[in-house]
Design a binder for this molecule. Structure first.
Ligand code: RP5
Length: 195
């Protein structure tokens, strides 16, 4: 590989999205954002930054993210979920917040902590455990200045539409009982976000 090509590859791998979370207990959910970015070919970094347990690390991460080339931050946290809001308070980058489902309050605590930001400091809040949507939204933000990525986003939406239309066709052809008998419906897929 030529030096120029190597440099190009290195540049291509420079993370554009910073995925952070308050604890490794959030990782299973936040992995869905990473998987989505992988499927779109968007480079990202992923680490743990706790707003309460590592406040100085939070400040350092949020202060340096833009200078390091990060363009969007995805921050997941549960309970008194101050990580996304505090990152948004420090960085000018767009911050997408993922409320993590909690045992005691089912994630309503996380959702309200992340969504109810004061005027002037927005956090784009997705559904409880909605890390996949956070990944999609990050791609959409980046696609504004990346034509190839914009095409992937359009293709993704077209495929989603196609999959629903295909199901609608099968349901209409078969009728409810046959559709269900063949295992056509997967209600657990909708519930996955709330797990
Ligand atoms: C939050 O507290 C984290 O984001 C996590 O969702 C929650 C519980 O953390 P652990 O006690 O599992 O480390 O800061």
């Amino acid at each position: 590989m030529t030096t120029a090509a190597a440099a190009g590859e290195k540049k291509a791998k420079k993370p554009l999205v910073g995925i952070i979370m308050g604890s490794d207990s959030d990782l299973q959910v936040m992995q869905e954002a990473a998987d989505l970015l992988d499927s779109f070919g968007v480079p990202y970094e992923l680490t743990i930054v706790s707003a309460h347990r590592t406040a100085r690390r939070l400040y350092d991460y949020a202060s340096a993210a833009k200078k390091r080339g990060i363009r969007v931050v995805i921050a997941g946290a549960g309970g008194a979920a101050h990580l996304p809001g505090m990152v948004a308070a420090i960085t000018p980058l767009p911050v997408i917040g993922v409320p993590i489902k909690t045992k005691s309050l089912e994630g309503i605590d996380s959702l309200l902590s992340i969504a109810q930001m004061p005027p002037g400091v927005p956090v784009a809040t997705v559904a409880i455990n909605g890390a996949k949507n956070a990944g999609i939204l990050a791609c959409q933000v980046l696609s504004i200045s990346d034509r190839a990525l914009a095409e992937k986003v359009v293709k993704f939406k077209q495929e989603m539409e196609g999959a629903v239309l295909e199901k609608a066709g099968r349901l209409e052809d078969m009728g409810v009982r046959e559709y269900l008998r063949r295992g056509g419906a997967k209600p657990q897929a909708r519930n996955k976000q709330q797990q």
